[in-house]
Design a protein around this ligand. Structure first.
Ligand code: HEC
Length: 176
């Protein structure tokens, strides 16, 4: 059988077209992108909602959980804070102020640290309740604070953290 040139050319084109088309269809079939049931960002939003107490109001108070909390757990949780805070007596200020003896200390009162106006304006000393509120959500407690930390959302975690902060002292302040 002899093919004319135009026949060879059209066969070539046909086979060429299939060579492109078939993998395309197969590819679609194999790598079929299912649309997501829920948009991915909804998950983060749901998690944020779950972190809030059921009444949707104020953050749960950690002070009621102090009796059941352990400072050792707070020490572990402090990993989240270590990048910005030292805790030893006379320790350096880094990104944030040194936290030795912070319970009962004047707010924004660490020596030699340049605090935000937001924290300086708070006034008074760090009570357990105020520390609880600050650590739960720094930006909500002191709008404009320099502490870029989302907060410890679980009251149990904050109770442990409060006990740990309390332990950073030669004479730990009495519990509330
Ligand atoms: C990204 C850095 C960063 C992280 C992480 C961070 N902090 Fe801070 N923290 C700061 C800065 C900066 C300030 C000073 C805030 C200001 O001046 O507004 C501060 C202030 C504080 C204060 C007030 C101290 C004072 O002298 O008035 C406390 C208490 C505190 N942080 C506790 C914590 C705890 C507990 C954690 C971990 C759960 C934590 N911080 C995580 C940066 C950080």
């Amino acid at each position: 059988m002899k093919f004319a040139t135009w026949e060879k050319v059209s066969f070539g084109l046909l086979i060429g077209a299939w060579a492109v088309f078939v993998p395309h269809i197969l590819g679609d079939f194999l790598v079929h992108a299912d649309p997501l049931d829920k948009p991915a960002y909804a998950v983060a939003a749901q998690e944020a909602a779950a972190a809030k107490p059921a009444d949707g109001g104020a953050v749960e108070n950690a002070l009621t959980l102090l009796a059941a909390a352990a400072p050792e757990k707070g020490a572990k949780l402090f990993k989240k804070c270590k990048s910005c805070h030292t805790v030893d007596k006379g320790g350096k200020n880094t990104v944030g102020p040194n936290l030795w003896d912070v319970v009962g200390r004047a707010k924004a009162g660490g020596a030699g640290f340049s605090y935000s106006g937001a924290l300086k304006d708070k006034g008074g000393d760090w009570s357990y309740a105020d520390l609880d509120a600050f650590i739960a959500n720094p930006k909500a407690y002191a709008k404009g604070t320099k502490m870029s930390f989302a907060g410890l959302k679980k009251a149990g975690d904050r109770a442990a953290m409060l006990l740990y902060l309390r332990s950073l002292s030669d004479s730990p302040k009495p519990l509330p």
